[in-house]
Design a protein around this ligand. Structure first.
Ligand code: S3P
Length: 432
């Protein structure tokens, strides 16, 4: 399947908008709701292909999940030891989060499991979780090169560890936390740079013995999780496309409601503000322990910056759209510390550099950095490489370009942002 979009210059974005629920929290709501005792009510669930894949997997593992209405789930938790073996492989689709977190959880079960994914996920590095989980006593066989399919061998004794994730990855950290729940005794997990802490926060709110500060977690094995209510805010990674579009397109003025603004996710707001973007964060509140706010964004003349490397982990999924902002800003933007972008749903440095050059931008790359000189963009034919965030980034770039842009391989946008085209059109983007 290959979906193609056409896009052209917009004359401004307007309105009060809501984006779908946060992808990271939605995956975790299913996982921890399933492992909890009692029922968990989830609202704001992301009806995306990635999170539905995780939901399907837990149904295969014997968990009853009801859908009272769209974006709501009732999960009938089976407790820490209540999952059942699935005879069929567990298909994570395009979702790195699903596959990596499940590897950690499944290596602590009494039964074997097989995790599979689509062509992109089958090329993404799994050694980062396999090696660390094996240090705890887990046993995982992979295709040559440590790629999926993964055969996760159950029935292993897991020991508590003091371990560093080695890479700034919330997925690796979360896989270790899920395994550490089943180890006897206390584990200490550290990371080279703090990453999103939704796993820790959700475990704590459900009553697990865990304490954490940025980059360091202490967790005890052998606790209980208590089901409850989980309200999921809008995904700032999805909001980032509309925020950047509104900053770039003259005449724009939009308000985004109910966006999750966990400090480990707001790097993109800081970066765009450094460029001169007018982004007002207001109506700040807490929802289920997570900071949530409304955002008002007005068109702003953006200037190039040197992106502080410390911001990168806090905007890891927003780098592609940040590159679009840089390609339309005044001056030359430098960004480094970007090596992780090479192992996302596509090689996001290569995908962005090729596409931006096709639209006329001046871009240089090294293995872990880019230099982008802002200027005029023109329409072009763009390959999205079946990567949702590449497709949406170029849909925004096309709103500021002369002529028409043809975007190929946009099918996977439904993994994280179902309804993107309709919402973008209603706000004033020229996209179909
Ligand atoms: C995620 C962590 C990040 C991010 C991904 C979601 C998560 O991946 O890119 O979209 O939910 O834990 P890494 O852990 O590979 O940085």
């Amino acid at each position: 399947m290959s979906l193609t979009w056409t896009a052209a210059r917009s004359s401004g974005l307007h309105g009060l908008l809501r984006v779908p629920g946060d992808k990271s929290i939605s995956h975790r709501a299913i996982i921890f709701g399933a492992l909890a005792e009692g029922r968990t009510h989830v609202s704001g669930f992301l009806e995306g292909e990635d999170t539905r894949a995780t939901e399907r997997i837990f149904s295969q593992l014997g968990v009853r999940i009801e859908t009272p209405d769209a974006q709501s789930r009732i999960i009938h938790g089976v407790g820490l030891h209540g999952l059942q073996a699935s005879a069929a492989p567990l298909d994570c689709g395009n979702a790195g989060t699903g596959m990596r977190l499940l590897t950690g959880l499944l290596c602590a079960q009494a039964f074997d499991s097989v995790l599979i994914g689509d062509a992109s996920l089958s090329q993404r590095p799994m050694a980062r979780v396999i090696n660390k989980l094996e240090a705890m006593g887990g046993r995982i066989s992979a295709r040559e090169g440590n790629f999926a399919p993964l055969h996760v061998h159950g029935g292993q004794y897991l020991r508590p560890v003091e371990i560093d994730t080695g890479v700034a990855s919330a997925q690796v950290k979360s896989a270790l936390l899920l395994a550490a729940m089943y180890a006897e005794g206390e584990s200490v997990i550290t990371e080279p740079r703090p990453t999103r802490d939704y796993t820790e926060a959700m475990m704590k709110s459900m009553g697990w013995p865990i304490s954490y500060s940025p980059g360091r977690i202490r967790i005890r094995g052998g606790g209980r999780l208590q089901g409850g209510d989980i309200g999921i805010p809008g995904d700032i990674s999805s909001a980032a496309f509309l925020i950047t579009a509104a900053l770039l397109i003259p005449g724009s003025d939009i308000t985004l409601e109910n966006i999750g603004v966990n400090p480990r996710r707001t790097g993109i707001l800081q970066a765009l503000r450094l460029m001169g973007g007018q982004i007002e964060v207001f109506n700040e509140r807490e929802q289920g322990g997570e900071p949530v706010a409304d955002l008002k964004i007005r068109h702003s003349a953006l200037k190039a910056i040197e992106l502080p490397e410390s911001l990168v982990p806090d905007m890891i999924d927003e780098c592609p759209i940040f590159f679009v902002a840089a390609a339309l800003a005044e001056g030359t933007t430098d960004a480094s510390g970007l090596a992780e972008l090479r192992v996302k749903e596509s090689d996001r440095i290569a995908s962005m550099v090729t596409g931006l050059r096709a639209m006329g931008a001046l871009v240089e790359e090294t293995p872990d950095s880019v230099t982008i000189t802002g200027g005029h963009l023109h329409g072009a034919v763009i390959q999205s490489h079946h990567d949702h965030r590449i497709a949406m980034s170029f849909a925004v770039a096309a709103q500021c370009a002369s002529g028409e842009t043809l975007l190929h391989d946009c099918d996977n946008v439904a993994t994280s942002f179902p309804g993107f085209v309709d919402l973008a059109q209603s706000a004033g983007m020229i996209l179909e």
